[in-house]
Design a protein around this ligand. Structure first.
Ligand SMILES: [Zn+2]
Length: 573
């Protein structure tokens, strides 16, 4: 049963949700409810039924009724929004000119590869702003390069966003808007602001480099228009491009009559063979951003030179201009994000694939055992900082460890086994129940012990005959003999002092494989020791772990169970 305080809070949350999004949705408020009233997790069914009823009622209200119902909370909502904005500004989370309630930004991947940490940083920043300013985030696929783009990448990007916990409010594709771009192209041509050029790619490159126009720049408008129509009809077999008619001597080389359209006869993953004339990023982005209602663009520094072109095109077309905000690009030291280079390493067999745990692709980070929340915390640290950051991966790993510490089961792992035979273990000491975490209640592991144990060879260095060996969380034994292959000992009731040693028991162990992940590169070279494979014994409890689960091997570190099977494999974190 829910009490009045809980009911009132739920009512308030649902009203707010309905006001923000037009309709209230159960899944939008449930985590907030749990955050406030964790005890409700015990009876999710009652809560869920109650919510369904309330959602239905609230969604039946008209906008006016809704506002009336919410009137007593309006001040509170305002105060909460203010507090949220202030909290975010502490992370340098303000954006010039942005307005609460009138904010829309977009994440613009090209579906020609997989997402990596740099993309995650941008999209987390965008999502944060969309929340702070009570606005929207759009997912925009910039897909007008048919030879390189695939549905597989669209799916992978969406899958990565889902895993990261990024919600977007709408989704659209450049390739669905080709006609719109065409009509704007005609406008530019008829204004004399774009021309058709049949120079070879090398000639174009040279003319841009030398700052010397080609003969086509002076072509009459009607000639450009004819060539443009030929392009669209596919009648002219010559390679024609449409270029912006600006200035080949422009200081900003991006402005030296860039290509706006080119012919590409290839099957497009989404549009099939519908088009052969494809717009470039240079013209797509400003037009689509403007038309779709984007108010604020956040893009990383390498695009800074494009800003002038972006605004110039919108000026020519008399279209509304979004604001552009530049953030520094994020790179991870001794790692790679270049698709081409990663492909090469995969092909040559150096890497396992795009989800290799050495990579900072989202798939790689996921495989390694990095939590989405750690990537978020890491990403938001940079705020709107403009300086380029080349950071060590340890910064992300440390963020991750903070999240793992209290939730990860602890197990013993023996990497360099030395056998210990123990005599005289009383029957009642042979059944043991050991905690899976010293302070958090994560349950127990139960074993029936045999008289053979393994400890790490290096732990045996300080052991002496007639001295004690203290098995951690178990009992002490007195040593009878030590050779390099075996220690014999006998059970003792007395407990001594001194360090306790971790162990695994012969009847309760599994052979396992550890992948120790290091930096991918050594300077510019591939690091041949970027992954080290180790073998050892782990407690048989490991059989009960699920793939993807992170455990802490005492004194060795955090590991993610990558694959189960006869010899389970773990990846270091
Ligand atoms: Zn030309």
């Amino acid at each position: 049963m829910l009490n009045e305080v809980q009911k009132k809070e739920i009512h308030k949350l649902l009203l707010k949700n309905a006001l923000d999004y037009g309709k209230a949705k159960k899944e939008n408020v449930i985590s907030k409810i749990f955050y406030k009233f964790p005890e409700l997790k015990l009876d999710i069914k009652t809560l869920s039924e109650y919510l369904d009823k309330q959602v239905l009622e609230i969604n039946m209200l008209s906008k006016k009724q809704l506002e009336h119902e919410a009137s007593e909370f309006l001040d509170l909502f305002k105060k909460e929004a203010q507090e949220k904005a202030e909290k975010s500004s502490k992370h340098n989370f303000t954006i010039e000119g942005a307005e609460v309630g009138k904010f829309m930004t977009r994440f613009p991947p090209e579906p020609n590869g997989y997402m990596q940490i740099g993309h995650a940083k941008v999209v987390f920043t965008e999502r944060e702003f969309a929340d702070v300013y009570n606005g929207k985030l759009a997912l925009y696929f910039d897909d007008t390069n048919p030879e390189k783009e695939k549905q597989e990448y669209v799916d992978a990007i969406k899958n990565d966003l889902h895993w990261l916990g990024i919600k977007y409010d709408l989704e659209y594709y450049a390739s669905d808007n080709i006609e719109l771009i065409y009509s704007n192209a005609e406008k530019l041509i008829s204004l004399g602001k774009a021309y058709a050029c049949t120079c070879s790619p090398d000639e174009v490159k040279k003319s841009r480099f030398d700052g010397v126009p080609c003969k086509h720049k002076k072509q009459a408008i009607h000639e450009n228009m004819d060539l443009w129509r030929d392009m669209l009809k596919g009648t002219n077999k010559n390679d024609i491009i449409i270029r912006l008619n600006y200035d080949l001597k422009a200081q900003n080389t991006v402005m030296r009559d860039p290509t706006l359209f080119r012919i590409k006869i290839a099957n497009h993953y989404r549009q099939g063979n519908k088009y052969t004339v494809w717009p470039t990023y240079a013209i797509n982005t400003p037009i689509i951003d403007s038309v779709k209602g984007i108010t604020d663009v956040i893009r990383s520094k390498e695009f800074e030179l494009m800003d002038e072109l972006y605004f110039y095109i919108l000026d020519l077309l008399n279209l509304r201009k979004p604001r552009i905000h530049t953030v520094g690009r994020l790179e991870i030291k001794d790692n790679l994000t270049s698709k081409r280079k990663i492909n090469e390493l995969v092909k040559q067999g150096y890497l396992w694939g795009y989800d290799d745990p050495r990579l900072v692709t989202i798939a790689g980070l996921r495989r390694r055992g990095i939590k989405p929340l750690a990537i978020k915390e890491f990403s938001l640290r940079f705020g709107m900082n403009k300086s380029e950051s080349k950071v060590d991966i340890s910064m992300l790993l440390n963020e991750n460890k903070k999240l793992l510490d209290s939730h990860s089961k602890r197990l013993f792992y023996i990497g360099s086994p030395l056998k210990v035979e123990v005599k005289g273990i009383p029957e009642n000491k042979k059944s043991v129940k050991l905690k899976l975490h010293p302070s958090t209640d994560l349950g127990y592991r139960n074993y029936t012990l045999s008289n053979i144990f393994f400890i790490n060879t290096y732990d045996a260095n300080n052991l002496i005959v007639n001295g004690d060996l203290r098995f951690k969380d178990l009992f002490d034994v007195t040593i009878e003999s030590i050779t390099k292959d075996i220690i014999t000992a006998k059970y003792t009731e007395k407990t001594s002092t001194g360090p306790k040693i971790q162990w695994v028991n012969y009847g309760n162990l599994l052979q396992c494989k550890l992948y120790e992940v290091r930096n991918l590169l050594n300077g510019d070279e591939f690091n041949n020791e970027s992954i080290l494979i180790k073998e050892g014994y782990v407690e048989s409890y490991a059989e009960l772990l699920s793939e993807g689960e992170v455990v802490q091997f005492e004194k060795t570190g955090f590991f993610k169970l990558d694959k189960k099977g006869e010899v389970p494999s773990f990846i270091s974190l």
